[in-house]
Design a protein around this ligand. Structure first.
Ligand code: MLT
Ligand code: ZN
Length: 469
């Protein structure tokens, strides 16, 4: 659907001629995220330079009844930033500056288009640390991280993005500019709208600035990779290490996934013994005693028969190589256009849950290759089904969607979540009712109605507008 020339002219007046893109290359670039299921077809891409410009665009969209899709680093995995229907894509790329830093409060206020890694580098420059870390930190933007409440590999120690947001500046769907919480630690003055915007996937409005909390950097980090004999043993290893020391990460991956990463990234295998599963454990090695403790826990796991072999990093470069085995998984597998399940249950229920998922996957996907990995220390499993090269994306997606209903039913049985950290977007929307009640969904729609009465903000994602149900 084409956007009227008069609207394009008005947009040019708001942001400047060069910042309104209407060519197909830009549509292909800005109308997608990392999913490959939907064809991008926005009506226009606009690159604002200030909150006031974002406001003017949203006000125009309300007058013209045009849909708006907020666009950050486009690294999402659930179709939350996909524009397929003539929408105005508001890309935040130009809004990437530090607005304020306060060393006493240990907070930094940034424009929401700042790349996550830039924030990490800025914090490092101040002797501090921004701890939310995942493989796409080099291209994801802070605003997108907040809108999807991004997780990653350090959640076991530092929590999700939500824990680090001290304040937000937003433009809601009506075009109001609001400052939410203003960086305060204590603020008991009723409903905290900041938390509504975190994880809202752009359906309430657009985040234009964020005040993020920083912390002290971790001391020397040591990385262990252990070869584990089966799923239940991974949980035994997790409990042993969690009880014995403070961990900064506890990840797992399967042998078939690791083989692919080794071939793709050229990193060495951790050791010669081949194990079906690997646990990657990271901790702050603040003393020799802690290293001894880690060795003791490792030996306890060997004695239990859970672990067959293991290695501990002796240098920074070895630690980085061990991490690559896990971190490069997503990029490595993208060549197979995987269907991603991002599910979670309480850690205590993980062993029983894993056993049932294992049977389900073996029965339902006998002809597809499946790669398991994830943040098992957070109860979060990434189940990746690889698309055979000779199968079309449509057929493959239809097949996986069918099985996903069974996966979702199992997650429901275990009181889990159909999206642990990737968000709902378009990909998980049909499964949301498995782990959120109809009352909750209706309340979400009504809240959207309050902030976005005309239903222009990221329509079709997460939940529908009240009028569309
Ligand atoms: C990861 O854990 O690697 C990320 O969530 C990305 C992915 O699952 O592909
Ligand atoms: Zn993940």
């Amino acid at each position: 659907m084409a956007i009227a020339a008069s609207v394009i002219e008005t947009l040019r007046g708001i942001v400047g001629d060069q910042r309104v893109l209407t060519d197909d290359v830009s549509f292909q670039q800005y109308g997608v995220d990392r999913t490959t299921i939907w064809q991008p077809a926005p009506g226009v891409v606009v690159l604002p330079g200030s909150t006031e410009e974002v406001q003017a665009i949203v006000q125009l969209a309300n007058i013209e009844n045009l849909a708006v899709v907020p666009s950050g680093g486009r690294t999402g995995l659930s179709g939350g930033a996909v524009a397929t229907n003539g929408e105005i894509v508001i890309a935040m790329d130009r809004m990437n500056q530090v607005v304020d830093f306060n060393e006493v409060d240990r907070t930094v206020t940034v424009e929401s288009g700042m790349i996550t890694e830039q924030l990490q580098v800025f914090a490092e420059g101040k002797g501090l640390f921004y701890p939310v870390w995942f493989a796409s930190t080099g291209s994801s933007q802070i605003g997108g991280n907040i809108a999807t409440n991004a997780g990653g590999i350090n959640v076991i120690r530092y929590g999700m993005t939500r824990n680090w947001v001290m304040g937000l500046k937003v433009v809601d769907g009506s075009g109001n500019i609001m400052e939410l919480n203003r960086g305060l630690v204590k603020n008991n003055t009723g409903l905290d709208f900041r938390h509504l915007f975190i994880g809202s996937e752009g359906i309430l409005g657009i985040i234009t600035e964020a005040t993020m909390r920083l912390t002290r950097p971790p001391q020397e980090l040591s990385v262990l990779v252990l070869g584990v004999v089966d799923f239940p043993s991974i949980m035994g290893v997790l409990k042993t290490f969690n009880d014995g020391m403070d961990l900064t990460a506890f990840e797992f991956f399967t042998h078939n996934g690791m083989e692919k990463v080794v071939a793709h990234s050229g990193v060495p295998v951790p050791f010669e013994t081949k194990a079906p599963f690997y646990a990657l454990i990271e901790f702050e090695q603040t003393s020799e005693a802690l290293l001894d403790k880690a060795m003791e826990l490792f030996e306890a796991c060997v004695m239990e028969g859970w672990v067959e072999d293991g290695v501990i990093s002796q240098s920074l470069s070895q630690a980085e190589n061990l991490w690559k085995l896990r971190e490069d998984m997503s990029e490595t597998l993208s060549r197979w256009k995987p269907y991603k399940n991002d599910i979670s249950v309480n850690i205590s229920r993980m062993p029983e849950f894993l056993a049932k998922v294992d049977v389900l996957v073996a029965n339902e996907y006998p002809d597809f290759e499946v790669v398991w990995y994830g943040h098992i220390g957070d109860g979060n499993l990434h189940l990746n089904i690889l698309k055979p090269d000779d199968l079309s994306v449509e057929t493959f997606t239809a097949r996986c969607s069918g099985v996903s209903k069974q996966v979702a039913a199992l997650v429901q049985e275990f009181n889990g979540s159909v999206s642990a950290e990737h968000g709902v977007g378009l990909l998980k929307k049909d499964y949301l009712s498995y782990t959120r009640t109809e009352t909750e969904l209706q309340l979400m729609r009504q809240i959207k109605q309050v902030f976005d009465p005309n239903g222009i903000m990221n329509p079709g994602k997460l939940v529908d507008a009240v009028a569309d149900t």
